[in-house]
Structures are given as C-alpha cells and as structure tokens.
Ligand binder design. Structure first.
Ligand code: HEM
Length: 174
C-alpha cells in the first residue's frame, strides 16, 4: 500500500514538465551585448546609480546651504543620470530580446518593468528642473530624488539577483 502510494507520487512527479524550461536555448544566457565577454549593461549601470545618489546629495546640500551651485549640480546630476540610465536601458533591453535564455525567464521581464519605472522617474526628476532649477528643489525636487534613490537601489538589487541567483548573462548553455 505504502509502495503503491510512493509509485503513484513518483509517476505524478515525472509527469510535471515546465514547458518554458523545455524550450531550446533555455540554458543559453550568455551576454551578447559585450566587449571581449564583459557585458556592457553591467558596466554601464554604475553611472545612473551613482548619479542618482549625487542628485539627492546635491539637493540636500542646496537645502542646507542655499547655495545656487548645488541646485545647478542637482540639475546636471539628474539629467546625466537619466541619459546614462537610458543608455543602460538600451543595452539591457537588447540582452533581453536577443538572448534566448534571458528572454524566456520571468525575472528578466520583472527587471525590465522595474527599470522602465525608474527611467520614467529619472526623466521626471530632470524635467521638473528644466523650468527653474533652483525653485524646483524644495520640496518636489528633493522628494523626487529621494524616491529615485529608493527605486534605483531596488533596480540594482534586482539586477544583481538576475546575475548571482539566476546566472543570467553568464552561461553558454549545456
Ligand atoms: C530598461 C531595461 C533594462 C533591461 C531589459 C535590463 C536587463 C538586465 C539583464 C538581462 C541583466 C542580467 C545581466 C546581463 O545579461 O547583462 C541585468 C543586470 C543588471 N541590471 Fe538591468 N536592465 C535594464 C535596465 C537597468 C537599469 C536602468 C539599471 C540601474 C540603473 C539596471 C541595473 C542592473 C544591475 C545592477 C544588474 C546586475 C549587473 C551585474 O552585477 O553584473 N538595469 N539587467
């Protein structure tokens, strides 16, 4: 009786097939947008991450000192953070669409959605400063910068999960 149950459980288990994992190319996740094997996306994401933090830092220093220099620095950090973010986004999107094992995995698409949300916020943070960069800082500029820092942290953490947990960008397949 116990053996019957075990056999049935094993048969049922063997019937479970993941149709996504069965696709040819599922295990091929090696980066294609790369220079000598080094993924351009991984190299470029450091810039928007750092510049987003710089924008918040400059906003806080403007709030503290009232010096116009810091409001101008925040404008530039927000703008260049957005533009470098778009560059990082293009390389990431190319990986997503061109590499079969990355395209097949749901977490890669989750990362795409989080990242596009981030890019919209970075663009808005820059845009609101274009019509008066000093007036824009308090309160909306600094609040937007703080939100962008939270979302860029989440995006970067999730990108790291793709590489270190799911091994995306690393495997030539078996
Ligand atoms: C907009 C579309 C984006 C897509 C489709 C995308 C896709 C990917 C993919 C597929 C990976 C796995 C590694 C690889 O294949 O290169 C990855 C890693 C990563 N992504 Fe993105 N990404 C996007 C935007 C961003 C942005 C805007 C940021 C942050 C500013 C970001 C941060 C990261 C980080 C930190 C990693 C880990 C890199 C490493 O440690 O090697 N991604 N992304």
């Amino acid at each position: 009786m116990a053996a019957d149950t075990t056999d049935r459980a094993r048969d049922e288990h063997e019937e479970l097939i993941d149709p996504i994992a069965e696709r040819p190319g599922f295990d091929e996740t090696q980066s294609r947008i790369a220079v000598l094997g080094h993924p351009i996306h991984a190299m470029s994401v450091a810039f928007p991450v750092a510049l987003t933090f710089c924008a918040l830092g400059a906003d806080m220093l403007y709030w503290w000192t009232g010096d116009t220099f810091w409001a101008r620095a925040a404008l530039w950090a927000a703008g260049t953070g957005f533009l470098f973010g778009m560059l990082a986004g293009f390389s990431g999107t190319a990986e997503l669409l061109l590499v079969s094992g990355i395209r097949a995995r749901a977490p890669a698409w989750t990362h795409f959605i989080i990242a596009v949300t981030l890019l919209a916020l970075l663009g808005a943070n820059w845009g609101l400063r274009l019509y008066g960069f000093e007036d824009a800082v308090l309160p909306y500029g600094i609040l937007m910068s703080a939100l962008c820092v939270c979302v860029v942290g989440f995006t970067g953490w999730h990108g790291g999960k793709l590489v270190f947990d799911y091994r995306l960008g690393t495997s030539k397949g078996s």
